[in-house]
Design a protein around this ligand. Structure first.
Ligand SMILES: Nc1ncnc2c1ncn2[C@@H]1O[C@H](COP(=O)(O)OP(=O)(O)O)[C@@H](O)[C@H]1O
Ligand SMILES: [Mg+2]
Length: 327
């Protein structure tokens, strides 16, 4: 990337350095419009999240980027070339973990990985190195069918990594994992992020997306409803901070009279004060009797996500304009 030294740091403007360009891509299955004019770019070294409810079109979009599906219209460029028609030169540069991963059964973990490595012509050290990356060294001699769900998912990711691809696609790698397995896999993903890998990652877990992704696109019914850094999305949505008080501290009316409080409600056994200026309100509460029992809950990506995705059912064709980069 010697020719791109002057690319601005602005993550929304990575055109010259993008690993993926998707421009106005649409895809229909029969009467079902799975993707409807999707445009986005993924920068090199970026950890890019694709979020959205089931059926939003995430897998379709990922498969189009991987070269497994053809678009109806629009253009796609991956690492500088078109992934469709099936681009044999591109395949070794991509690492793909599909939503339902297939394994070579009756093989031990390291044998499975060695088979994948051989398919790609990876070097001899790749298998052990990759088992280490995904924390499966202790399971190297365990047969694939005897691995736990979480271990199998890590092996699927190892299969996507073993040949050191430039670009990695992970489609819901943490779906159907128990909380501990999810945490373990999360560590692996953190490691990939630290290593500066370019990753496209779909998930239902907003806490993961918030922690891992540089930027996320929220897909709703085949369109991008929002695209920005998690921080940017939370900030742009003007989502309020909630301060939770023991309900006996004051009445709703008294709470709403505090300067800076936008709204006060009794919810879940607490008096909840919503504010955009939590510092100011906390000072006021402190002066009114201390901060004992006061909890602060800042807005999260989940708040933004729920707002965007719960709107979907009420939308008409007139007001579904694409608000990419709305920040
Ligand atoms: N091969 C297919 N044939 C017909 N419809 C499909 C096919 N794949 C996906 N769909 C439909 O397209 C929409 C988007 O699906 P998908 O891309 O799998 O979404 P997601 O991954 O976000 O759950 C859904 O309505 C789904 O039922
Ligand atoms: Mg999917």
């Amino acid at each position: 990337m010697t020719e791109t030294e002057t690319v601005p740091a602005d993550p929304g403007n990575r055109a010259a350095d993008a690993a993926i360009h998707v421009e106005e891509v649409s895809k229909r299955y029969g009467t079902r419009q799975a993707l409807d004019g999707v445009s986005l770019q993924v920068g090199r070294g970026e950890f890019f999240g694709l979020l959205g409810p089931n059926g939003a079109g995430k897998t379709t979009l990922v498969e189009i980027m991987e070269g497994l599906r053809q678009t109806d219209s629009g253009t796609v460029s991956v690492l500088g070339t078109a992934p469709w028609p099936r681009n044999v030169a591109l395949l070794p540069r991509l690492g793909v973990q599909t939503q339902s991963s297939a394994f070579f059964v009756r093989q031990k973990a390291h044998e499975h990985l060695a088979t994948v490595a051989a398919l790609y012509g990876a070097d001899r050290g790749a298998v052990d190195r990759t088992l280490q990356t995904v924390a499966l060294v202790d399971q190297r001699d365990t047969r694939v069918e005897n691995l736990s769900g979480g271990q199998r998912q890590r092996l699927a990711i190892a299969s996507a990594l073993v040949h050191e691809p430039e670009l990695i696609f992970l489609d819901e790698p943490t779906a159907a994992l128990d909380p501990q397995a999810r945490r373990d896999l999360w560590d692996v993903l953190h490691g990939l992020k630290e290593a500066g890998r370019t990753i496209v990652y779909t998930t239902h877990h907003l806490d993961e997306a918030e922690a891992l992704c540089d930027r996320v696109a929220i897909l709703v019914e085949g369109r991008i409803a929002a695209l920005d850094s998690p921080r940017g999305l939370v900030g742009a949505a003007g989502a309020a901070t909630s301060l939770l008080l023991p309900p006996e501290r004051m009445t709703v009316a008294e709470a709403e009279a505090i300067p800076g409080v936008d709204r006060a409600v009794l919810r879940g056994g607490s008096l909840v004060l919503e504010t955009q200026v939590s510092g100011k309100v906390l000072s006021a509460l402190d002066a009114l009797g201390g901060l004992d029992g006061v909890q602060t809950r800042t807005a999260t990506l989940e708040d933004v996500y729920l707002r965007l995705t719960s709107d979907a059912g009420h939308r008409t064709t007139q007001n579904t304009e694409n608000t990419e980069n709305q920040a």
